[in-house]
Design a protein around this ligand. Structure first.
Ligand code: A2P
Length: 289
């Protein structure tokens, strides 16, 4: 059984900041729907909302937060820096756009969305370090309570470690049965970095798999709930998303069962299923979200 017994439980980041153990993801939602989704999610009990500048929905996410009536200090809001804003100066300026969009005066967690990689520039290490210098300054100024990265592999993190003064506190990675990229998760965890799961339900692609349906039914749970619980039991913070209020609420109901070691191993070694195809080295960096 993992240490998590309730949706109010939190992971502790390396700087001591506490982060609610399940977040509500907002990628791939249609314009016009996400404000209500965020408001519903907060009503259902989510206190942690994950967005990104490139999703194009920061203003609507901000509207949803405002209309929920929740106190700012009771919420944990993550957004992400986009690849067009790499470098120190652009990074320092980009945060003000996200703050204005979200109608907030600080962000709880800001992430580099994708690393710059060798294929994009031979100076990739310096470019990531320069962007990170902007993150460090914003962190020290108090505009950000915590800073991290997303989609970084070990080599990208190792290069950053050599040039940074504050280490990333989070690495957000694709993670679900059928694509756990366990080496990258383990590397993060071994370095005191909290791993978060984007697409913990495989963007819906794993939910009808008969092997997973059978496993989930043993616990009296849906495959979505099995996936959320699986992430938590691996020490990975899941960010499930749903535009449906009932499914949004159901995805939080994962604290009344635990997954057997045998089933956890099956999930960790599941044949590839639902992989997005997004890899930092292969994908054109300005075309991936
Ligand atoms: P919907 O918005 O119609 O609920 P991920 O979080 O891995 O990105 O997956 C999101 C996808 O999974 C969306 O297509 C979402 O569709 C679907 N989804 C989310 N929760 C559930 C659930 N409990 N049951 C079935 N589908 C779900």
């Amino acid at each position: 059984m993992s240490a998590f017994d309730s949706q109010n439980d939190r992971f502790t980041l390396s700087n001591g900041v506490k982060i609610p153990c399940i977040g509500y993801g907002t990628w791939q939602t249609s314009p016009g729907q996400i404000a209500d989704c965020v408001k519903n999610a907060i009503k259902a009990g989510y206190t942690h909302i994950d967005t990104a500048w490139v999703y194009g929905n920061e203003p609507e996410v901000g509207d949803g937060i405002k209309s929920s009536g929740a106190k700012r200090e009771d919420l944990f809001i993550t957004t992400k820096h986009w690849v067009t804003e790499r470098g120190y100066k652009k990074t320092v300026d980009a945060i003000d756009v996200s703050l204005k969009n979200l109608k907030l005066d600080y962000i709880d967690l800001y992430l580099i969305h994708w690393p710059c990689v060798e294929k994009i520039s031979p100076e990739w290490k310096e470019i990531n370090a320069d962007t990170w210098r902007g993150f460090e300054e914003l962190y020290k100024s108090g505009k950000l309570r915590a800073i991290g990265v997303s989609n970084f592999q070990a080599k990208h993190l190792n290069a950053l470690f050599e040039m940074c003064s504050v280490r990333p506190m989070v690495n957000q990675l694709e993670f679900h049965p059928g694509y756990t990229q366990w080496d990258n998760i383990r590397f993060a965890q071994e370095n005191g970095i909290l791993a978060e799961a984007w697409s913990p339900l495989g963007s819906g692609a794993v939910l009808k798999d008969p092997r997973l349906v059978e496993m989930a039914s043993k616990y009296g749970k849906s495959v979505a709930q099995l996936c959320v619980r699986f992430a938590l039991e691996c020490g990975v913070l899941p960010l499930p998303k749903s535009t449906d209020p009932v499914r949004t609420a159901l995805n939080l109901q994962v604290f009344d069962f635990s997954i057997s070691e045998e089933d956890k191993n099956t999930l960790l070694t599941f044949p590839e299923l639902g992989f997005s195809g997004f890899l930092p080295e292969d994908a054109p960096a300005d075309a991936i979200a």
